[in-house]
Design a protein around this ligand. Structure first.
Ligand SMILES: CC(C)(COP(=O)(O)OP(=O)(O)OC[C@H]1O[C@@H](n2cnc3c(N)ncnc32)[C@H](O)[C@@H]1OP(=O)(O)O)[C@@H](O)C(=O)NCCC(=O)NCCS
Length: 193
């Protein structure tokens, strides 16, 4: 089992390097191939704005920004099919490649330089445990259509194969494929073939 504190500490490490909103957006724009028209960049930009606005303490000034954030969030969700609420913890330079059917739980943690592709769902596994959500380390590469459910931890540099359904922790650097996802090259996956 992957030690969860490692992942959260790696995300916290970056959080301490407080970048301004514009600096974050510039990094995200570069990570998205300097193309501001990409739905993924737009979704991340709206997310950054949603997080940034919460730093404005006087409710009088924050309220109009919150209204703007909520309408932009809905626009991104309804136009591009990307649900990325501001309550999730997104690291730096996270790339959302392509669009459509991307659902990210509000309690997810996604580390720096992760790649999320079309059709990816990251959310709770059981209805009666609504706050369980996956935690991704840094540089996790999530293939198209992958589903990650529950309070699971994906280690740094792990690969999640296209259409995998991941229900358990994946150690750093490993590749998981299939339904339910098994780690490539592990005894367990060999036994199952
Ligand atoms: C998993 C992945 C990263 C390849 O990892 P890899 O370590 O190079 O694995 P290999 O290609 O050597 O394949 C190893 C085994 O896993 C199987 N496999 C690979 N990807 C798989 C997947 N997504 N689902 C199920 N099995 C898969 C292979 O068939 C092979 O099986 P075998 O040993 O029985 O022949 C890649 O196949 C993948 O799914 N990438 C996501 C790409 C994507 O989403 N692209 C979207 C572009 S828009």
């Amino acid at each position: 089992m992957v030690a969860q504190p490692e992942i959260t500490s790696s995300v916290k490490e970056e959080e301490t390097t407080e970048l301004g909103l514009w600096q974050q957006l510039k990094e995200d724009w570069i990570a998205h191939g300097k193309d501001w028209t990409k739905p993924g960049f737009r979704a991340v930009a709206v997310y950054r704005f949603g997080v940034w606005r919460m730093k404005i303490k006087p409710i009088f000034f924050r309220a109009p920004l919150s209204i703007l954030y909520r309408s932009l969030f809905r626009k991104i969700r309804n136009s591009y099919g990307i649900e990325l609420p501001y309550s999730a913890q997104l690291g730096r330079r996270v790339v959302i490649e392509h669009q459509s059917c991307i659902v990210i739980h509000g309690d997810c943690v996604i580390g720096d330089d992760c790649i999320i592709r079309q059709g990816v769902t990251m959310g709770n596994r059981y209805l009666d445990r609504p706050f369980d959500a996956p935690k991704l380390g840094k540089r996790v590469n999530v293939g198209a259509g992958a589903k990650l459910f529950g309070n699971i931890t994906i280690g740094d540099d792990a690969n999640i194969g296209a259409n995998a359904v991941v229900l358990s922790d994946i150690p750093p650097g490993k590749t998981a494929v299939g339904i339910p996802a098994k780690i490539l090259g592990s005894k367990k996956s060999e036994d199952n073939t």
